[in-house]
Design a protein around this ligand. Structure first.
Ligand code: ADP
Ligand code: NI
Length: 220
C-alpha cells in the first residue's frame, strides 16, 4: 500500500473515530472498497486508482455536519493533506472535484461546478450505495438517533423536490428522509455498475417501508 494511502487512512481515523456510526471509519472503508470495485467493473485505468482511493478515504473528513469549526481541529483538511503530501496538482484537483461535488445537497445546487468524470461517478455511487439497502436503513436511524430526530410522525409530510436551501438533513423524520432522499438515489447513479448494484438495495428499502407502515397501522 502506498505511504500516502496509509497516511490518509490514519488522518481519517483520527478525525472520524468518534463520530456516530452513520459516518464512522467503517462507512469510509465500505465506500473505498465499493468505489474500487465499481472502478474495476467500469474498466477505469490503473492510474485512476489513486484518485478514487484518496477521494473515498477523505470524502467525509470536512463534512460540515460533523467538522463544523475548522480552527478547533489540529488535523489538516483534505486539501491541506494533499498539498502536504505533494500530490500532483492535476490529481489533487480531480480528487477535490469529487469531494466538493459528491454530496446530495450539492447536486441539488444548479450552480454546482462539479465535473462528472468516471472517477467522480464511482466514488459518488459508492457513497450512495452505502446510504441505501440494509446498511442505508441502519445508518439513517443511527444518524437520526444521534440527533434525537423522530423515526416517524404521521403529522409531518415528506417534502419532495427540495432545493438546496430547503434541504437540511435534520428537520425531518427518518421515514420522510427515505422519500426526500434515499429512494431517489437509485435514479441518480452515474455508473452502470452503480445502477446495477442499487437495484436490490432499493427493493429492500421499499419492502422495509411497507412492513414499517403495516406494523405502525396495527394491521400486522
Ligand atoms: P451526503 O453524503 O450525500 O451529503 P449525508 O452525509 O447528509 O449525505 O447523509 C449520509 C447519510 O446520513 C444518509 O444517507 C443517511 O443514512 C443519513 N442521514 C442524513 N440525513 C438524515 C436524516 N434527516 N434522517 C436520517 N438519516 C439521515
Ligand atoms: Ni459518506
Amino acid at each position: 500500500m502506498g505511504a500516502v494511502v496509509k497516511a490518509a487512512e490514519e488522518l481519517m481515523q483520527k478525525v472520524m473515530g468518534n463520530w456516530d456510526s452513520s459516518h464512522d471509519p467503517f462507512h469510509v472503508y465500505r465506500v473505498r472498497s465499493l468505489a474500487l470495485s465499481l472502478a474495476a467493473e467500469e474498466g477505469l485505468l490503473p492510474e485512476s486508482r489513486q484518485i478514487v482511493e484518496l477521494a473515498a478515504l477523505l470524502h467525509d473528513i470536512d463534512d460540515h455536519k460533523y467538522a463544523s469549526s475548522r480552527e478547533k481541529r489540529a488535523e489538516p483538511t483534505a486539501e491541506e493533506f494533499l498539498t502536504q503530501h505533494q500530490i500532483d496538482p492535476v490529481k489533487k484537483e480531480a480528487i477535490m472535484n469529487i469531494i466538493h461535488g459528491m454530496g446530495f445537497k450539492e447536486e441539488l445546487n444548479s450552480m454546482s461546478k462539479a465535473k462528472f468524470t468516471p472517477e467522480f461517478a464511482v466514488v459518488q455511487d459508492a457513497d450512495r450505495l452505502d446510504a441505501i439497502g440494509a446498511i442505508g436503513i441502519g445508518r439513517s436511524f443511527t444518524f437520526a438517533g444521534a440527533r434525537n430526530c423522530p423515526m416517524y410522525d404521521p403529522d409531518i409530510q415528506p417534502r419532495m423536490n427540495l432545493t438546496k436551501e430547503e434541504y437540511t438533513s435534520t428537520n425531518t423524520t427518518t421515514i420522510n428522509h427515505f422519500h426526500e432522499k434515499l429512494l431517489k438515489l437509485k435514479g441518480m447513479m452515474k455508473s452502470q455498475a452503480g445502477r446495477r448494484r442499487a437495484e436490490g438495495r432499493h427493493k429492500f428499502m421499499l419492502q422495509f417501508l411497507d412492513q414499517f407502515a403495516e406494523e405502525w397501522s396495527g394491521k400486522l
